[in-house]
Design a binder for this molecule. Structure first.
Ligand code: NAD
Length: 458
């Protein structure tokens, strides 16, 4: 099929590369010329494992452009995968989506095109995009559209860091439209993934036990709500275990054992039960806020989702409290933060807990040094006021520090030569905000090891 993807960010680029790899002719449109130039040069503008390798493998079926006229007119399917960042009132900012839809409408020419919302958008946005497409089409073409296009929703569930595997081997695919032909076209487009009939890329072998992928083919509103319901539930799971972690610390229970023993119940499941400094990233905060905002339009409160957000916020301030308990005074202390990305294997810094924690510590008068093995360049560009605290070498984070906070569980930090660094610190205190280090080993090496719940050892 001929596919066009508008927006070459984490979602758009992963979708494009995967669809091209599966054999679809794919045109990727972005207004960011620098991104398009980078992609044309065969390089990846974001850090995502295996993406560059697959980009190279699928290059002959990929076109990168800033021009809608190049990809839209011939496309059977146009995906819109632009950002929908959060506004102050909790609602997502839909201006990128509006602008993308208007540009798409101007170039729609084919017999029938499915215009697919892949961006996470509030329930009802499918109808809204349909109206924008129709108005813009009429304005530009001078007549009303007939049945040339229909709108569908295809929410994205990929996780940064494992985006390609999540796309090629998903738990499910959700498509929603009030137009049956659109659902048929998308079913056809995703057929190789649904029946796992493609030859896996060498860099990403098919995981054992993967069979046919379930398809949820439904109406627009249901597809849109599925995305929010799923993200809010995952956010809730993380906040739930952090709430349990708070009591575990008080009663002397080991939260990792509690999480394991709870998650082994198949009705609960082990994933997203990791205690620590909480979630971050571009989705959970924004999507839970959007769900609450949509509910309020219907005079509905969402106390459970609201509580999950409050608990998550509390985890960030708790880092300062934990350090205060141990160091008694924060002012003037040198505190190192290991990890800036909101999670490992990505360079995404959006709503990263590390950034809030850095600001909270600075507000308290701490001297901070921060480090990330991958996201440093991006941090320098996106956080100019904090960039002066960035260390290129991890040893500078430890040097003369009163405490280290592990904010991102990069393997890089697990594998550090921790023995070498303890003597370089003023006081070898480690707050493991992700429960990712070996407590016994660090204690043997002379560190005081602290988690978000348990007191420092020894
Ligand atoms: P992103 O910011 O990484 O990428 C968006 C891209 O769209 C940018 O490259 C931008 O230049 C481009 N763009 C903006 N307006 C445009 C326009 N009018 N025409 C062409 N290009 C335009 O965003 P992302 O992280 O890929 O997220 C995209 C959507 O997918 C969001 O709604 C997000 O909530 C959702 N989502 C993201 C993830 C994730 O893990 N990042 C997962 C699931 C869903």
């Amino acid at each position: 099929m001929k596919v066009c993807v508008v927006g070459t960010g984490y979602v758009g680029l992963t979708t494009s590369v995967s669809l091209a790899f599966l054999g679809h002719d794919t045109t990727c449109i972005d207004l960011d010329k620098q991104k398009i130039d980078t992609l044309r040069a065969g390089q990846c503008p974001i850090y995502e494992p295996h993406l560059e390798a697959l980009l190279e493998q699928a290059a002959s079926r990929l076109t990168f452009t800033t021009e809608y006229a190049v990809g839209v007119p011939d496309a059977d399917v146009v995906f819109i995968a632009v950002q929908t960042p959060q506004l102050d009132n909790g609602n997502p900012d839909l201006r990128y989506l509006r602008s993308a839809a208007e540009s798409v409408a101007q170039h729609l020419r084919g017999d029938f095109t499915v215009v697919v919302n892949k961006s996470t958008v509030p329930i009802g946005s499918g109808n809204w995009v349909d109206a924008i497409l129709r108005e813009a089409y009429e304005r530009h073409h001078g007549h009303r559209p007939g049945g040339q296009f229909a709108v569908a929703s295809n929410p994205e569930f990929l996780r940064e860091g494992t985006a390609l595997a999540d796309t090629l081997y998903p738990d499910r695919i959700v498509i929603g439209s009030d137009n049956q032909t659109s659902l048929d076209v998308l079913n056809q487009l995703y057929r190789p993934i649904l029946n796992q009939s493609f030859t896996p890329p060498t860099v990403l072998p098919r995981p054992a036990g993967i069979g046919a992928v379930p398809l949820v083919s439904t109406d627009l509103a249901s597809a849109e709500l599925i995305k929010y319901a799923a993200n809010a539930f995952l956010a809730l799971k993380i906040s739930y275990i952090n709430e349990i972690a708070a009591i575990a610390g008080k009663v002397g229970a080991d939260i990792r054992e509690v999480a394991r023993g709870t998650g082994l119940d198949a009705r609960v499941g082990p994933r997203f039960l990791n205690p620590g400094i909480g979630w971050g990233g571009s989705c959970f905060g924004k999507d839970t806020a959007a769900l609450i905002a949509t509910a309020s339009e219907y005079h509905l409160a969402m106390p459970i989702v609201t509580a999950a957000r409050d608990v998550n916020h509390r985890q960030r301030t708790k880092v300062v409290d934990r350090l205060l308990d141990e160091l008694h005074i924060i002012k003037g202390r040198k505190i190192g933060i290991l990890g800036l990305a909101f999670k490992p294997d990505t360079d995404d810094l959006r709503d990263s807990p590390a950034i809030d924690i850095a600001n909270l510590l600075l507000d308290r008068g701490a001297r901070i040094t921060v480090h990330d093995p991958v996201a440093a360049d991006r941090f320098r560009r996106e956080q100019p006021t904090l960039a002066e605290h960035l260390a290129d070498r991890v040893e500078d984070v430890f040097d003369d520090a009163d405490a280290i906070v592990v904010a991102t569980e990069w393997t890089h930090y697990r594998d550090l030569d921790w023995a070498k660094f303890a003597p370089t610190m003023r006081s070898p205190l480690v707050l493991d905000g992700r429960h990712c280090l070996n407590a016994d080993r660090l204690t043997e090496l002379g560190y005081r090891y602290l988690t978000m719940t348990a007191p420092a050892i020894p």
